[in-house]
Write a protein that binds this ligand. Structure first.
Ligand code: SAH
Length: 397
C-alpha cells in the first residue's frame, strides 16, 4: 500500500501551482508506512490525492514530486520516459546542437528532482542528491544509457547536500569502464580537459557555455581580467576571441595547473598572452588597483557565496566588494561581465548589489545584456529556484 502524506489545510497551494517541493511544515501526517525514497501520495487536508512524490523523512523538503498525476505509476518506465524526454528537449534546441559537453538532466527543471546528469563526449556523469533519486538509481542509469547510447557512465554522488537527506557519498563507474586517457571536450573550438572524478560539479561549469561564447566575441583587442578562473574556461575563450592579454586569478593552485594544461591542449592559442595568478581575488583586486592597473574587460564568476537565502546578507557584501573593485579597475568604456550562482540571491537583488557597487566606485554602469545559464539548464517557470545563475554584462563609463 502506498502511504499518503496529508497536508495541513491550505498547504496544497504551491502544489496546485506545480511547485515540486513539500516542506516539513506543510505536512500534517503520514498515513501508512514509508521509508526514505519511497513513493508516497500527497493529499490535501481533505484527503484528496494531488501528486506522487518521493519521501525524504530526514530533509526539510519532506517530499519531492515525481508526478502531479496522483494515479501515475512511478516505475522503471516512468524514469525511462522522463529521461528520454529530457534528452529530446535538448536535441530540439539549435543552441545545443553538436555540443560535446551537455547537461542532460537538470533535476526539478526536467521533472526529475535530485537527478543531475551531464554528458562529456561518450561519457555520462550522474549525480543523485535526494532519497527518491537514490532509490531509483538503477532505473535512472538504465534510462540514461538507453537514451544516450553512451559508452560509459560514472556516478559522482558526492555533493554535500546528500547529507541533508541522510545519504552517504556514492561514486564509481556504473556502466562501461574508465576511459584510457583523460576526457577532453571541445567547446566553441576550444579543447578543455574535464576531470569528472575530482573536478567541481561533474567536472566542468557547463552552465556558462553561452556566456563563454559571448566573452570570445567581446574580447578582440582587449586586455582581459578573469577572476575565479577555475580551469580557464573563460580565459581560453578570451584568448580565442583575440584578447591581447588575459590575466586569470584563482585561489586554487590545482585549478590553475589544469587551466595551463588546457591552454597547452590548444596550440592555436597564444600562450604568451595568458598569465595565471594564484591569489585571493579580494586581495588581488586591491593590489591591482593600488598598482594603477586597468583592464578593458573583467569577468567576475565567483563561487556560490549564498547557497540559501539565510546567507544572503553576508554574501551581498562579498558580491558588492568584488564588483566595486571590478568597476574601479575598468578603463572608461570597459565591460564588466559579472555573475552570481547563489540560489539565495535573486536576479533583482543581484542587480541592486551591482548598482550599489558601481555607485560607490563613482562609475556609471549600463546594462548591455542580462545573462543566464545555457539552455541545457532550463528554468521551469513553476520552479523559480531553478534560476540560480544570473549575470549582467555592463558597460562602465
Ligand atoms: N568561471 C569558472 C568557474 C568558477 S568556480 C568557469 O567558467 O569554469 C569558482 C572558482 O573560484 C573556483 O575555482 C575556486 O577555486 C575559486 N575561488 C573561490 N574563492 C576564491 C577567492 N576568494 N579568490 C580566488 N579564487 C577563489
Amino acid at each position: 500500500m502506498t502511504a499518503t502524506l496529508i497536508l495541513h489545510p491550505g498547504k496544497e497551494r504551491s502544489l496546485l501551482k506545480r511547485h515540486p517541493w513539500i516542506f516539513d511544515t506543510s505536512v500534517a501526517r503520514l498515513a501508512g508506512q514509508a521509508r526514505p525514497g519511497d513513493t508516497v501520495i500527497v493529499a490535501d487536508s481533505h484527503g484528496k490525492p494531488l501528486a506522487k512524490a518521493a519521501f525524504s523523512p530526514q530533509s526539510k523538503i519532506r517530499a519531492r514530486v515525481w508526478s502531479f498525476d496522483p494515479d501515475a505509476p512511478i516505475d522503471h518506465a516512468f524514469f525511462k520516459r522522463r529521461i528520454a524526454q529530457a534528452v529530446l528537449r535538448r536535441a530540439a534546441l539549435p543552441e545545443l546542437a553538436g555540443q560535446q559537453g551537455l547537461r542532460l538532466i537538470h533535476a526539478e527543471s526536467d521533472g526529475l528532482p535530485g537527478v543531475m546528469a551531464d554528458r562529456y563526449g561518450d561519457t555520462v556523469v550522474l549525480q543523485l542528491t535526494s532519497a527518491g533519486a537514490e532509490k531509483w538509481r538503477d532505473a535512472i542509469i538504465a534510462g540514461l544509457v538507453q537514451a544516450t547510447g553512451c559508452a560509459r557512465l560514472y556516478e559522482r554522488s558526492d555533493s554535500e547536500v546528500r547529507g541533508l537527506e541522510g545519504l552517504e557519498p556514492a561514486t564509481g563507474w556504473r556502466f562501461g569502464e574508465a576511459p584510457a586517457g583523460e576526457i577532453v571536450i571541445e567547446e566553441h573550438g576550444v579543447r578543455m580537459a574535464v576531470d569528472i572524478i575530482a573536478g567541481h560539479k561533474t567536472g566542468f561549469y557547463l552552465d556558462q557555455r553561452e556566456n563563454r561564447r559571448l566573452l570570445a566575441e567581446l574580447s578582440h583587442g582587449k586586455r582581459v581580467l578573469n577572476c575565479f578562473c577555475y580551469t580557464g574556461g573563460f580565459s581560453l575563450q578570451a584568448l580565442a576571441g583575440g584578447a591581447t592579454q588575459v590575466l586569470s586569478i584563482d585561489s586554487s593552485q590545482p585549478a590553475l595547473e589544469r587551466a595551463a594544461a588546457n591552454l597547452a591542449l590548444n596550440p592555436g592559442l597564444e600562450a604568451a598572452r595568458a598569465q595565471w595568478h594564484c591569489a585571493n581575488v579580494f586581495d588581488e583586486l586591491r593590489k591591482l588597483k593600488s598598482a594603477g592597473e586597468t583592464f578593458d574587460l573583467i569577468v567576475l564568476d565567483p563561487p556560490k557565496f549564498a547557497p540559501s537565502a539565510a546567507h544572503a546578507e553576508r554574501a551581498a557584501r562579498a558580491y558588492k566588494d568584488i564588483n566595486l573593485l571590478g568597476c574601479k579597475l575598468l578603463a572608461p568604456g570597459g565591460l564588466l561581465m559579472t555573475y552570481s550562482c547563489s540560489g539565495g540571491i535573486g536576479v533583482e537583488l543581484f542587480q541592486k548589489i551591482v548598482a550599489a557597487a558601481a555607485l560607490d566606485a563613482g562609475r556609471t554602469a549600463r546594462i548591455v545584456k542580462r545573462l543566464q545559464g545555457a539552455a541545457d539548464h532550463p528554468i521551469d517557470l513553476a520552479f523559480p529556484e531553478g534560476e540560480y545563475l544570473k549575470g549582467l554584462l555592463l558597460q562602465i563609463d
